[in-house]
Design a binder for this molecule. Structure first.
Ligand SMILES: Cc1cc2nc3c(=O)[nH]c(=O)nc-3n(C[C@H](O)[C@H](O)[C@H](O)COP(=O)(O)OP(=O)(O)OC[C@H]3O[C@@H](n4cnc5c(N)ncnc54)[C@H](O)[C@@H]3O)c2cc1C
Length: 387
């Protein structure tokens, strides 16, 4: 096994959504960065693929995310300009359901708390403005202009390109086997080499239980399915739709995108939280007929015009923490290791700001961004603090 002793300041493990952003922000701030990724750039085996990701600001999960989203949007614009790629697009967003549902009440709460521009529409107004949707009579919706979608593969590629342009060394097809902190730095062992650096950033996605076993952070990996349906009457009627999330009276959430990939591309839809526990090694990549039927049955209730044949489908993994909030932190006992994981199926819209935060934590040992919610200590019992 070759041993490389290059003088890197930082090694980033995992160059998916978060790791590629971290590599870019670190390199742009003058750090000598080595990025290690086991697959190819912008691959489809983790959590950052499938053509689109919803972005929104009226954040029903918790208003504490809003300041991070405001900064993320600034960085989305900068990323689009610097990379000259359409990494995101605003389409407006419709968050629909019973007034007391998490989707509606939570979106409204975040909008009001942060004075985000929004409208509240009743069922008649929803049907009038968006005839494809057939809400229940008592449903309402929060409409937000600033919602839209990001392009995950383009985003990862943009961060990779900009990181390389800023001088980072990025190695693909190189799997990390182990990492350790030594008295004078960190050591990372891959299949082909051992590397040394002052600092380590670990962005493992669904491989967190493997790569962060020493941390004891409880993360459950789930298989999720994306469906591209061919709307009855063609995709044109869906070309200018807002992105949309709706919740029914049982609390089940589904989401849809506009038809963003032309007339043949279909309309992407999925259940937000109806995954099956798996590991990256055991995930079933086959999408079954009964799953397609369940998706179409749900779509038929709310967006009947979308209930056409499934053109294609894909699987993707969520890495859930017990409370579905992220983990972004320096290791409490180590001045050299920073982690970002447990994005629980809603992390992509934060990719640019997470890159910035990871660079702050690595270079300055602190960040001005509000990340208390993401402290991993909340997930471990008091008498069992993270080792
Ligand atoms: C179906 C689905 C829909 C989603 N929808 C949305 C949405 O609409 N809006 C939103 O904001 N978010 C959404 N998300 C969540 C979002 O996409 C994720 O939170 C985000 O992509 C996570 O990025 P990551 O960097 O943590 O993981 P990844 O992008 O998977 O990156 C982890 C990387 O680490 C690499 N790696 C792991 N182990 C090793 C090793 N040993 N050596 C080297 N490399 C290694 C992996 O190969 C991978 O590239 C969705 C996710 C899914 C699956």
């Amino acid at each position: 096994m070759a041993t490389a002793t290059h003088g890197y300041d930082v090694i980033v493990i995992g160059l998916g959504g978060m790791g590629s952003a971290a590599a870019y922000h670190l390199a742009a701030r003058g750090q000598r960065v080595l990025g290690l990724e086991k697959f190819t750039p912008a691959h489809n085996k983790g959590s950052s693929h499938g053509g689109s990701r919803i972005i929104r600001q009226s954040y029903f999960e918790d208003p504490a995310y809003v300041p991070l989203l405001l900064r993320s949007y600034e960085l989305w614009e900068k990323l689009a300009a610097d990379s000259e790629r359409e990494v995101f697009r605003l389409t407006g967003g419709l968050f629909l359901g019973p007034p007391d549902s998490l989707t509606v009440a939570g979106s409204l709460r975040a909008s009001r708390e942060w004075s985000l521009p929004h409208e509240v529409l009743d069922a008649a107004e929803i049907r009038h403005r968006y005839p494809s949707f057939t809400p229940e009579p008592g449903d309402i919706a929060v409409y937000e202009d600033k919602a839209g979608f990001a392009r995950p593969e383009l985003t990862v590629q943009a961060h990779i390109d900009l990181a390389l342009r800023s001088g980072a060394t990025l190695s693909f097809g190189e799997q990390v086997l182990d990492w350790a902190e030594t008295g004078s730095g960190v050591t990372v062992t891959t299949e082909s080499a051992t590397y040394h650096a002052d600092q380590l950033v670990i962005c493992p996605g669904a491989w967190a239980p493997e790569l962060l076993a020493k941390f004891g952070i409880p993360i459950t990996v789930e298989r999720h399915v994306l469906y591209w349906l061919d709307p009855i009457g063609g995709a044109a009627a869906f070309a200018d739709q807002p992105i949309h999330i709706s919740e029914n009276s049982s609390g089940e959430q589904i989401y849809t995108f506009p038809a963003i990939d032309g007339p043949e591309g279909g309309v992407k839809t999925a259940f937000f939280r109806r995954g099956i526990e798996c590991t990256p090694d055991t995930i079933d990549r086959v999408v079954h007929q009964h799953e397609i039927k369940a998706m179409r049955d749900r779509v038929a209730e709310l967006v009947p015009a979308l209930d056409g044949p499934c053109l294609h489908s894909a699987t993707c993994m969520y890495s859930n923490t017990p409370d579905q909030h992220f983990v972004i932190a320096r290791h409490p006992d180590s001045a050299r290791v920073t982690v970002a994981c447990g994005f629980s199926g809603h992390g992509f819209k934060f990719v640019p700001v997470v890159g910035e935060i990871l660079a702050d934590l690595t270079i300055d040992a602190k960040t001005a961004h509000p990340i208390t919610l993401f402290d991993p200590q909340r997930l471990v019992a008091d008498d069992n603090s993270i080792a």
